[in-house]
Design a protein around this ligand. Structure first.
Ligand code: NOJ
Ligand code: MG
Length: 540
């Protein structure tokens, strides 16, 4: 069978496409969205209060970063119980209320599935480390030490943790090392163990049965390691002063065939529940990323996250090339997706400035494929200085001073100009953006020149114009500061032109005679102004 879209494969008829193809995902980082109990940390009841804001923004789904019981060493990505809610965030009743309230507003809810590692406080790991012959010993990855030339104890191989330092932690009590691709408090689970795998698939069933609409899957390409755990080769391009992780190429520790096979199994499980979505966090070059779509017969995740706009320089030529390369890399059954921000990446407005962040928002919401919008980017939150004594990110604390800090992207949502921007009545767990008194939801609400209203207008247009949903993407021009492309269906053609520079430039010829639908700037001009993005519609 030659399938043309994931929808057809999931049993959806030809002209009915799954919701997520035209949907927009909004990422909520729960610690920083809305606090309801004055402890300075956002929670589920707070998020529920703000659901109307999210629905009115015009997005389709919420991806909620982890809310499960956790010692919070990596702020929830260290999970101590996959099937519970951390009291910091609320209760299971709060969760059930939240999902019902989201669904009542037509919003889907995706949770974060963290399959590569648990917390070292998870009962499974406590058992696993209790003795070498514990039945759960093999649920994690334990190995003997290597003995060095002078009889010294060495880790089993040379692997480096993504957070820096060896990926192995010595356990005195049982005399072996355990593997942790992330922090020592995040031991890697052993997906080669059938019982562990079954237990993790049960976790997915647990949440699917509770009505969740899908998952974002954390570091999916890490979940299986090469048999025998061979040393990773050195990275010839590595320079000291960047993340120590990149000293080696993660050849044997990531992107293994067995991880693809498991991904296909997870997909089959999701499909058995109907219209659910799997988004995989996978950081790989296009050719290898595309393989995570699986095959037409055995699809893997619906959307392997596409981070290319985050990792490259911001100019028309580079961005145009990245779009073409990504589009070309997709298999026939693959649906594209785009990311401009997250709780791990620098804020887009901090990286390229507010004027270009508006252009970037137009790009994100007019490209072909499912966009993920990160909370606060709709306000163009920019640089947020974090004083040294306020740094919370464990990645920054492990390798200080080389720009790995993620706290500036995780600061609380500024809602209004009341105490702590309406985020909390207590002490916010991270500082607010310094300009929160003017850069907040209430201040931008109804202001036609604001980023918030631009975002809403783009989301409205995207919903109204089929060409922006499922229309084809065609690159038109990519010269100097100008990037122009078309989105078209059989009966509608939209032209998008983005000026990446500060100088005015000629409109693309293809827009001539078109109706101007939307600009990132107020007013209008014969030319494309500096930092301006414009959308036209051409008829006939
Ligand atoms: C990716 C998550 O997005 C990040 O926040 C986390 O630290 C690592 N995975 C480890 O789970
Ligand atoms: Mg709270």
């Amino acid at each position: 069978m030659l399938a043309h879209s994931a929808g057809e494969m999931a049993g959806v008829s030809k002209d009915q496409h799954p919701w997520w193809e035209t949907g927009v995902v909004y990422q909520v980082y729960p610690r920083s969205f809305q606090d309801s109990d004055g402890d300075g940390v956002g929670d589920l009841a707070g998020l529920e209060r703000r659901l109307d804001y999210i629905a009115e923004l015009g997005v389709d789904a919420i991806w909620l970063s982890p809310v499960f019981p956790s010692p919070m060493v990596d702020f929830g990505y260290d999970i101590a119980d996959y099937c519970g809610i951390d009291p910091l965030f609320g209760t299971m009743e709060d969760f059930d209320r939240l999902i019902a309230a989201a669904h009542a507003r037509g919003l889907k809810l995706l949770l974060d599935f963290v399959p590569n590692h648990s917390s070292d406080q998870h009962p499974w790991f406590l058992e696993s480390r209790s003795s070498r012959d514990n039945p759960k010993r093999d649920w994690y990855i334990w190995r003997d030490a290597r003995i060095g030339p002078d009889g010294e104890r060495l880790p089993p191989n040379n692997w480096v943790s993504d957070f820096g330092g060896s990926a192995w932690e010595w356990d005195e009590a049982t005399g072996q090392y355990y593997l942790h691709a992330m922090l020592p408090q995040q031991p890697d689970l052993n997906w080669r163990n059938a019982e562990l795998k079954a237990a993790m698939l049960d976790v997915l069933r647990f949440w699917f049965d509770r009505g969740v609409d899908g998952f974002r899957i954390d570091v999916l390409w890490h979940i299986v390691k090469a048999e025998g755990l061979p040393d990773n080769p050195p990275n010839p391009h590595w320079q000291p002063g960047v993340n120590e992780r990149d000293r080696l190429l993660q050849l044997h520790s990531t992107d293994q065939p067995e991880a693809h096979a498991i991904s296909a199994e997870i997909r089959a499980l999701a499909d058995s529940y109907g219209d659910r979505l799997l988004v995989g966090e996978i950081v790989l070059p296009n050719d290898r990323l595309a393989r995570w779509h699986g095959t037409a017969e055995a699809p893997q995740v619906h959307l392997p996250f596409n981070f290319c706009l985050l990792e490259n320089s911001w100019n028309a030529e580079t961005v145009g090339r990245l779009i073409d390369e990504y589009e070309t890399s997709l298999p026939a059954w693959g649906w594209p997706n785009w990311v401009l921000g997250s709780h791990d990446a620098p804020r887009i407005a901090a990286r390229i400035g507010e004027a270009q962040a508006r252009v970037a928002m137009m790009l994100l919401l007019t490209l072909r494929g499912t966009p993920t919008l990160y909370q606060g980017d709709e306000l163009a939150i920019g640089t947020v200085p974090i004083p040294a004594d306020k740094v919370r990110d464990p990645r920054e604390l492990r390798q200080p001073g080389i720009g790995l800090g993620r706290d500036p992207s995780r600061t609380p949502m500024p809602w209004d100009n009341s105490l702590n921007a309406g985020f909390t009545t207590g002490e916010p767990w991270l500082p607010l953006n310094p300009n929160w008194k003017s850069r907040n939801v209430a201040a931008q609400n109804g202001d036609p020149g604001s980023m918030l209203e631009l975002t809403r207008a783009l989301l409205r247009l995207r919903r109204a114009e089929a060409a922006l949903g499922r229309g084809e993407y065609r690159s038109l021009q990519c010269r100097e500061a100008l990037l122009a492309y078309e989105r078209c269906t059989a009966d509608s053609r939209l032209v998008v032109a983005l000026n990446f520079g500060e100088e005015a430039t000629e409109m693309p010829a293809q827009a001539a005679g078109g109706e101007r639908l939307l600009s990132t700037l107020p007013g209008s001009s014969e030319q494309l102004r500096g930092n301006e993005g414009v959308i036209w519609q051409l008829r006939g």
